[in-house]
Design a protein around this ligand. Structure first.
Ligand SMILES: [Zn+2]
Length: 489
């Protein structure tokens, strides 16, 4: 999904830290200085796969995910993967998913890696370059999907082919699923595979490079993020109907006023403060990095009885607020049918980002309590725009414990690739396909070796681009990570 929503702006003190000692430190440790440890053959392979994926349009409107899945299938077959270890399938001929299994000794249970092949729409007239041409310019690769997330799809395929060519034998099966409709559409590939071919993707845990990654400030790494849980997305449609009438004879009972009152109540409502194992660890970690009142406040909110004043002060930071609370916000309104008529209908959309452990329906009930107005009906709207009177009981499960072997491997890699940079487990305030794998009981973590400037996040936007060296360091990172997790290093 949205790396946009996944990436954090680092807290102020990190910025200050990187600004104060940046000039000297950056020349010594900046990721820009050290080139990736990738041989020329691997570099070419990764480049060619990345280019091929960018130049296959996989948007929901006119694109075709199957074309990209088939192209990767051909590459894997060409590299010596057996036909029976590849599966191509989906609910529609343009939305087929590819699952490949790299066979290991079976000593440990498999790991599943997921990557979505689809991309957000991009219009040629909005972009400086053609979004479906892979353009190399000024040290960047440009194209739709260079940040979200064809770079990581290319990295996963490159890693498999590279290990195959080496004759590497992992101590467990490594499964890669390249899938459809993460960004939208009605054929989500991860969901479909879990429902229809669970055996193909069954694993001990899941790594999803759609989340996590390395935050850079002026070329210096400030944090290596591991997304250990995420919020749940939910849209709610508010509707008020009214007989209406002539606007020269207004009455108090007005559809627009009902909607406005409901939204005003929402504006002043704060969902309860709540931490889980991941956000608690995150804030505890932060309290040792921050200083002064902020550090004291961060300590105060992680106590058994958190201090409400500290919560209120820290909630002024939108990112922290979102990590401490379910949030619901008005995102659209419409109403009325003529300038000189009392409105017969008014509607609003309220978009919620729900903390793990709370269902979509529980939040709908909470909104009804907050609005406290029987004239306002609150319905649930799914991703495809279908509206229903009640919401599903679906919830993001409470976060699984951090996986020690994953954290150790990421920590070890971070120490060599971005020395001195803290590895921070976080809760993504956005959402990704990990919601499906988590719900299926497979703990899922957002892990990526892609380093991006925090002010250059262009996922879903125009002129999406990736620093060339970030890409090859990302290739290096995943290759080493996969080996560490499968007994090879
Ligand atoms: Zn994505």
């Amino acid at each position: 999904m949205l790396k946009l929503a996944l990436r954090r702006t680092p807290p102020v003190s990190w910025l200050a830290l990187s600004a104060s000692c940046a000039l000297i430190a950056a020349t010594l440790t900046s990721p820009r200085v050290a080139a990736a440890q990738v041989d020329d053959q691997t570099r070419k392979l990764a480049h060619d796969i990345f280019q091929q994926l960018i130049e296959i349009n996989t948007t929901d409107s006119v694109g075709n995910v199957t074309t990209a899945a088939k192209a990767m299938e051909q590459r894997l077959l060409g590299a010596g993967f057996a036909k029976e270890d590849l599966y191509l399938g989906g609910p529609k001929d343009t939305k087929e998913n590819l699952v490949v299994r790299y066979r290991g000794t079976g000593k440990e249970k498999p790991i599943l890696f997921i990557g979505h092949l689809d991309v957000v729409e991009a219009r040629r007239e909005d972009w400086t370059t053609d979004p479906f041409q892979f353009v190399e310019k000024d040290g960047f690769y440009y194209g739709r999907g260079t940040q979200d997330m064809k770079e990581s799809d290319a990295i996963l395929v490159t890693t498999l082919i590279r290990m195959k060519q080496e004759g590497y034998k992992p101590n467990r099966d490594l499964i890669v699923a390249l899938t459809a409709d993460e960004e939208g559409g009605q054929s989500n590939g991860v969901d479909w595979l879990l429902r229809n071919h669970r055996d193909l993707v069954e694993a001990e845990y899941v790594l999803n490079p759609d989340g996590g990654g390395v935050d850079l400030e002026h070329g210096k790494a400030v944090s290596v993020d591991v997304d250990a849980t995420e919020k749940l997305y939910g849209d709610y449609q508010l509707t008020v109907t009214n007989p209406g009438g002539h606007s020269s004879l207004p009455v108090p009972d007005n559809a627009i006023y009902h909607i406005a009152d409901a939204l005003t109540r929402l504006q002043h409502y704060q969902f309860p403060f709540e931490l889980n194992t991941v956000t608690r660890a995150y804030f505890e970690r932060l309290s040792t990095i921050e200083t002064g009142e902020k550090a004291a406040d961060l300590r105060a909110i992680t106590q058994a009885t958190p201090d409400p004043a500290a919560i209120e002060r820290l909630s002024k930071n939108p990112e922290w607020n979102s990590m401490m609370h379910t949030t619901c916000v008005a995102t659209r309104v419409q109403g009325g049918h003529a300038n000189n008529a009392l409105p017969q209908m008014a509607q609003a959309n309220v978009n919620c980002r729900i903390l793990p452990g709370h269902s979509l329906e529980a939040i709908r009930q909470e909104l009804i309590r907050v609005f406290d107005d029987p004239k306002v009906t609150v319905r649930y709207m799914d991703d495809a725009g279908n509206v229903s009177d009640t919401a599903p009981d679906r919830k993001q499960l409470p976060p699984p414990p951090l996986n020690p072997e994953v954290m150790a491997a990421v920590g070890k890699l971070a120490a060599t690739m971005w020395p001195g940079t803290p590895v921070i487990p976080t809760m993504a305030t956005g959402a990704s396909d990990s919601v499906y794998t988590n719900a299926a009981g497979m703990p899922s973590y957002g892990v990526s070796g892609i380093a991006l400037e925090t002010n250059d996040v262009r996922a879903h936007g125009k002129d999406e681009r990736l620093p060339i060296e970030s890409f090859y360091r990302g290739v290096d990172f995943y290759y080493q990570l996969v080996k560490m997790l499968s007994g090879g290093a």
